[in-house]
Design a protein around this ligand. Structure first.
Ligand code: HDE
Length: 723
């Protein structure tokens, strides 16, 4: 049944989209799609011969004797052989990821800057696939580790010229706007230093080790980026709640023959939110798939994540007017200098049908651009343009662009032929150009991608412009722009990471490097990690700040608890009015309530008879899940229920841990005292009357009134400011 629903769902989507751009790519994917659950199916070999027994190998045997297996059983050998070769190499970086399909719309044309249809035609809905990832960990590593997150988008775009059909444009970005290094040639060293150390292959998916920090110290250019990577940005609450940045400097060109430098931004409409470090650490063990599930579940429940799409633009000719080089990927373009224009929207609205053939086989490439979009001389970008196409050969083989998730819908015709696993059958005598038939000539120039004509002259040298040599101004700008809790988190993060470095050379030098950013930061970290405490700033902090670097500034227009997970703790004898009230209120606000009890068998409310056959079957029991998996905890009253919770160490831990992680907690009736005792911190006021009190993110109401639930719904704002 479920599978029928899936395939009908897809058909419906396709019918509504037929003829549209989205419909075209969907139809294209369906060409290679099969439904395993189709009742007409039976099991066959790979060459289609029906099989009645795929469990027992053909052998010389009878009821009393199991004899030798026969090599002649081709179907058996095929089954094992296919299994033996299932794995392909994982991505050399960004191996662990999750993805979804979606759409892209422009609400304001960028025709002033570009003639790319995808950025100018406001009537279009461009289909796309987005893959989020961690960078350092292997495919099976945890989602919530401290790391940069990949944010890669493949637009199956119609480029607006001839022929008006899909072609692909990829923005292969991250959730942090800058990068560690300035020149692509340093990338292998950077990644080798970050990946597990080569002698013993530890640690997995961690930057907290000697080699990573040794590299950071030896390359002052990493200073700005490692400050971001030590900030809350590197432990996002959800892929749906992080920004995306193209990072590199691309170009746009218009019909008037003008060119502009551009940076691409995606800003989540849910705002930017992060875990606290203790939550992230615990979740890596408790639910290593937390982010993957979170994305899947949100889309499945119809809460489609959305991002504003924006650009920062610098006209050609003005590129030298900045104190930094605009081609240096270790620098942001501060919004005060180059404003962000939000002009479009990206929405994710369909989960993948199969992980391997879609999320794993998708292959992004920064070189995939369409007319109207081009490259600057950004030395990181130009190296990337080589690396992405190249790496796909190891992972996917020569014909990776032919895979369903990767191929564009427009006609593809050229003399690139053969190679392993070629699918396309190209008829005709000639496979070269020019040929005596004059078949398949190059396209007309005006209908093609035209490289930007540019005069280039100079010395061949291994060199970057002088401005690339300044490394600390923007690291200071970033640190100065943090709110006090964010600064505290960075200090703690650096303390954690350098504590995991056991080579004094590494943590002593790094403590010194921090004095190039901020002396008090360096002193706090050095003291904690056992390094000589710097007495003098390496570089005086300029004290300047900039907009939108603190994630506290990137919040939704209205606070919302949509898709937030709220745990409701109950035991036998809970207050049904409070319980039902909060469940209804949460659902109404599109949050997701989960009932957690001492067991998963039904639990009965106060006054409810066990014979009633009613009762609530909790979604989980106290041991099965932990507070870390929820955004918020609510405890309804009910004398017996609360007494059980009081006597359960695990239930107390649920509330205490949620409080320690600065989560919003709600309680009514008898549960108010319970929550007060569980949190047991001096100076916190709780309501002993019927009033609703919100203190340190704990919302309590002794009496159950509609007001209590309204207040609880404001909980999303949380209490992280109080760290
Ligand atoms: Fe990548 N990067 N990268 N990278 N990168 C890869 O390509 C590389 C860089 C990013 O979900 C690889 O297909 C070089 C910056 C993402 O499939 C590889 C340099 C940014 C993904 C590669 C960089 C990124 C990758 C490995 C330095 C942010 C995952 C597998 C010049 C703007 C894409 C693959 C996915 C993946 C090379 C730096 C983002 C090896 C040489 C800067 C999101 O080709």
């Amino acid at each position: 049944m479920a599978s029928q629903a899936i395939s009908t769902g897809l058909e419906k989507v396709q019918q509504t989209l037929d003829g549209s751009l989205e419909g075209q790519k969907l139809a294209d994917l369906r060409r290679d799609m099969k439904d395993y659950h189709d009742p007409k199916n039976v099991i066959t070999t790979d060459y289609g011969v029906k099989q009645w027994n795929t469990d027992v190998w053909l052998k010389v045997s009878n009821d009393n004797k199991t004899g030798p297996m026969l090599l002649e059983d081709h179907a058996a050998r095929e089954k094992i052989h296919r299994f033996d070769h299932e794995r392909i190499p994982e991505r050399v970086v960004h191996a662990r990821g999750a993805g979804a399909f979606g759409t892209f719309k422009m609400h304001k044309s960028l025709s002033e800057y570009t003639n790319a249809g995808v950025l100018t035609d406001t009537s279009r809905s461009t289909p796309l696939f987005t893959r989020f990832s961690t960078v350092l960990g292997s495919r099976g590593s945890g989602d919530t580790v401290r790391d940069v997150r990949g944010f890669a988008v493949k637009f199956y775009t119609e480029e607006g010229r001839y022929p008006r059909k899909n072609r692909n444009w990829d923005i292969v970005g991250n959730n942090i706007p800058v990068f560690f290094i300035q020149d692509a040639l340093k990338f292998p060293d950077l990644i080798h230093a970050g990946k597990p150390e080569p002698n013993v292959e530890v640690p997995q998916a961690q930057s907290a080790h000697n080699n990573f920090w040794d590299f950071q110290y030896l390359h002052p250019e990493t200073t700005h980026m490692f400050m971001w990577q030590q900030s809350d940005r590197a432990i996002p609450r959800s892929y749906r709640m992080m920004q995306g940045f193209g990072v590199n400097t691309y170009t746009l060109n218009n019909d008037k023959g003008e060119r502009f430098f551009v940076k691409f931004h995606f800003t989540p409409q849910l705002g930017v939110h992060s875990f606290v470090w203790d939550e992230a650490l615990k979740l890596a063990g408790q639910d290593p798939d937390f982010h993957r599930k979170d994305l899947y579940e949100a889309i499945d429940s119809g809460c489609f994540p959305k991002w504003d799409f924006g650009v920062q633009i610098i006209p050609e000719g003005k590129q030298d007017e900045f104190e930094f080089d605009i081609l240096d990927a270790t620098k942001i373009w501060p919004l005060e200098d180059v404003p962000l224009q939000n002009v479009g929207e990206l929405e994710l609205n369909r989960n993948v049908d199969e992980y391997f053939t879609q999320t794993e086989q998708i292959a992004f490439c920064t070189g995939h651009v369409v007319p109207g979009i081009g490259f600057s001389d950004d030395p990181l970008l130009l190296g990337r343009n080589f690396s992405y196409g190249d790496t796909q050969l190891t992972r996917l083989g020569t014909n990776w662009q032919e895979l369903p998730i990767n191929r564009p819908v427009c006609p593809v015709m050229n003399n690139n032929r053969d190679g392993q696993l070629r699918h396309t059958i190209t008829k005709g005598v000639a496979n070269y150009w020019p040929n005596r038939f004059e078949a398949t000539p190059p396209a007309k120039k005006e209908e093609s991608y035209v490289d930007w004509p540019e005069q280039v002259a100079g010395m061949k040298q291994r060199l970057q412009s002088k401005k690339f040599k300044e490394h600390y101004n923007q690291a200071q700008l970033f640190y100065n722009s943090m709110s006090p809790p964010e600064k505290a988190h960075i200090t703690a993060a650096l303390g954690f990471e350098l504590d995991h470095c056991d080579d004094p050379v590494v943590y002593e030098r790094m403590s010194q490097r921090l004095a190039d950013i901020d002396l008090s930061l360096a002193q706090a970290v050095a003291d904690q990690v056992g390094a000589p405490v710097p007495q003098k700033a390496g570089k005086q902090n300029h004290g300047k700040t900039s907009k939108m670097l603190s994630q506290t500034e990137i919040q939704p227009k209205e606070p919302t608890i949509e898709t937030r997970r709220v745990a409701i703790l109950i035991a036998e004898g809970y207050d049904a009015v409070a319980y039902n009230g909060i469940v209804a209120a949460l659902k109404g606000a599109k949050a997701i309530p989960y009932t957690i009890g001492p067991k998963r068998n039904p639990i009965y409310a106060a006054g409810e008879s066990k014979d009633s056959g009613k009762g609530v079957k909790p979604d989980h029991h106290f041991e099965g899940m932990r507070s870390t998996m929820f955004d918020s905890v609510f405890v309804p009253g009910g004398a017996d229920s609360v007494s059980t919770l009081r006597n359960s160490g695990r239930a107390l831990h649920w509330v205490r841990e949620a409080f320690a992680h600065l989560k919003a907690i709600g309680a009514t009736g008898e549960a108010v005292e319970f929550v007060r005792d569980a949190c047991a911190l001096p100076g916190i006021e709780f309501s002993s009357s019927g009033d609703v009190v919100d203190s340190y993110g704990v919302v309590t109401a002794s009496k159950v009134e509609p007001e209590s639930f309204k207040e609880t719904l404001k909980m999303a704002k949380g209490a992280k400011e109080f760290v």
